[in-house]
Design a protein around this ligand. Sequence first.
Ligand code: A2P
Length: 294
Amino acid sequence: MGLGTWQSPEDECFNAVYTALSAGYRHIDTARVYQNEEAVGRAIAKYLKDFDISRDEIFITTKLWCTEVENPKKALQNSLKRLGLEYVDLYLMHWPVTMKSSFDGDLIPTREDGKTDVVPFDEWNYVKTYNLMQELKIEGLTKAIGISNFNIPKIEYLLSQPEIKITPACNQVEIHPYLPQDDLIKYCKSKGILVECYSPLGSTGAPVLKDDKLIKIAEKHNVSTACIAISWAISRDTVVLPKSVHNERIESNLKIIQLSNEDIEIINSISKTSTKRIVNPSWGVDIYGPNPKL
Ligand code: A2P
């Protein structure tokens, strides 16, 4: 279980991370593109100092952004500088997508026609990126490397390349009761890849928490609906990364309960009638399609 920080603005993020660590979280998830690494780093430094905790007791993840994939070492060194850390615990390729290379331009560069400036697969791709990321683990800038937003065909393609020697430690993807991703979880487990769930509450406005079935189970156990969504993710042996910038939610989201088999079956049935993917960027790339070379 870790604190998600996507859409946590710089000013609120400092408080969220400090509150989370003080409440007992040991895992914080950020990314270059969230533009809050400095706030995350300041909160970590203050927490470690205030509570006399050593760095190796906490687990920090950041992610390589699509415009910086041609030089992951420089990208990670910049992230480490912003975070004020000597290493991260996990460095993820944020998307299996390459955008026009730039370290100081737009994070989502556009062409003249207004479309996202995505680099074709043959010119650069996630295999080349991951190949370079392997060096970062060897050099000790990160304890582990992994991927994010990869589907089965892309993982299969990546793992089949001879230069790929280090199996991704994890694949961080959108998972919640409306998008349970059973096949992807099963596949990742078979390859020894841990699955991390982002947007476990459905992201902005937490739409998952409005689900009648989840609300009923929460009432039965006398806990919050968020607790049910989070406990369901834990029951599946996945890492879960709920985001909040409110102290009481950050603290209460730590509560995990043991769900009964009956509860789990009910939650598993939610996606049979209603499936929803929330995060699907309009970059003109078929991110979730069957062709790995896109
Ligand atoms: P906020 O940050 O204002 O507290 P996800 O983890 O799926 O990305 O969901 C994040 C959304 O869920 C945010 O809008 C966050 O709001 C909200 N949220 C997080 N925890 C809770 C909770 N316990 N109850 C209600 N909403 C929550």
